[in-house]
Design a protein around this ligand. Structure first.
Ligand SMILES: NC(=O)c1ccc[n+]([C@@H]2O[C@H](COP(=O)([O-])OP(=O)(O)OC[C@H]3O[C@@H](n4cnc5c(N)ncnc54)[C@H](O)[C@@H]3O)[C@@H](O)[C@H]2O)c1
Length: 321
């Protein structure tokens, strides 16, 4: 297949790109390198089946039909991927997650691409009323601009599926961990411990319950649904488990051989939009044969090992605030 990956230089996008190339697909990767890194594409650029297009999907909508023409699928991963800093720049999620998704959908429609796969998030459930949260859970009030923008993106995708006959798959991920991880609590904790191994500050009370999934398991699910034809579908992706932020901090410190003094900023939420309990039901994806290979603890430990061997990520300029 010929597959376009938006956000190809990002954490999940570069892992998806490498997996597609390894499976014999051709890949056109699109990125503006706002949060992605050219280092994540070092393997891909050496492959004859890979082509990189450096462009901003917000500004370059007109170029997309030409880039998309002849593709069998677009995997749309480019986004503002952070829930935490939404209120610092209140129009960022609107532009990067809604307008960009619309631009991509228009490119898909005009170029006649038959399939689109999309990275949504468990944040769309807000503070869910049913846990583990299934795909058909009623949506309570949205708690973050990020979640609201992803839900709007999902709405546009469903409308294009209905109106233009595009085959669409929406994945709602829990937090993803593993190789090339660049944002989230593990990098935050390791940055702090890099500067001072004796102290660790945890946002909130540390009792927030979270679910994590290794990036290889996430990418396996995306590739699994790639060849499908017809209709609109939605899948949660996560492990059937959760841990507290305190537990995760304990695993990280143990892996690093550190015993820092831990302090808490307090409250049951680390920031506006932090969900105190995320645990997605994944029976729907499991029923079609997908099974994560890694536990939550393994996913966290693999992230620590990766960052320990790639400390440039801990010291690179933070671009997400
Ligand atoms: N990482 C997670 O835990 C997680 C959880 C749920 C959903 N997701 C979703 O998965 C997708 C990938 O997330 P990630 O963690 O790999 O994030 P990331 O920031 O590493 O990757 C996003 C990529 O998109 C690129 N990009 C952003 N805006 C762009 C634009 N206007 N034009 C072109 N390129 C642009 C960035 O440079 C980056 O390479 C996102 O849609 C995110 O919302 C991620």
């Amino acid at each position: 297949m010929k597959v376009v990956v938006t956000g190809a230089a990002g954490f999940i996008g570069s892992s998806t790109t490498d997996a597609l190339l390894a499976a014999g697909h051709q890949v056109v990767g699109i990125d503006n390198f706002s949060t992605g890194s050219v280092r994540f594409l070092e393997r891909a650029v050496g492959e004859p089946g890979f082509r990189l297009a450096t462009l901003d999907l917000l500004e370059s909508g007109d170029a997309l039909p030409d880039l998309f023409r002849g593709a069998d699928a677009v995997i749309h991963l480019a986004a503002n991927a952070d829930v935490r800093f939404g209120w610092n720049t209140p129009d960022r999620d609107l532009k990067q997650n809604i307008v960009v998704t619309h631009n991509v959908l228009e490119g898909v429609r005009v170029a006649g691409v038959p399939r689109l796969l999309f990275s949504s998030t468990g944040s769309v459930y807000g503070e869910a009323t049913v846990i583990p949260t299934p795909e058909d859970c009623p949506f309570p009030i949205q708690t973050s601009l990020y979640g609201a923008s992803k839900l709007a993106g999902e709405g546009l995708i469903a409308a294009y599926a209905e109106g233009c006959g595009i085959t669409t798959t929406v994945f709602r991920f829990v937090s993803i961990m593993g190789a090339r991880y660049t944002h989230g609590h593990v990098v935050d904790f390791m940055r702090q411990l890099n500067e001072d191994p004796t102290k660790l500050t945890i946002l909130g009370d540390g009792k927030q319950r979270k679910s994590y999934l290794d990036v290889t398991d996430c990418v396996a699910a995306i590739l699994d649904r790639l060849p499908r034809t017809g209709g609109h579908e939605v899948y949660n992706l996560g492990v059937e488990d959760y841990c507290t932020v305190d537990q995760s901090a304990g695993w990280i410190c143990e892996r690093l051989g550190l015993r820092p003094d831990v302090t808490y900023t307090g409250g049951d939420r680390g920031w506006i939009g932090d969900n105190p309990f995320i645990y997605l039901a994944t029976a729907k994806m499991r029923a079609i044969g997908w099974e994560p290979a890694y536990t939550i603890r393994q996913a966290v430990e693999r992230t620590v090992d990766y960052l320990s061997n790639n400390t440039w990520i801990l010291t690179r300029q933070e671009v997400r605030t």
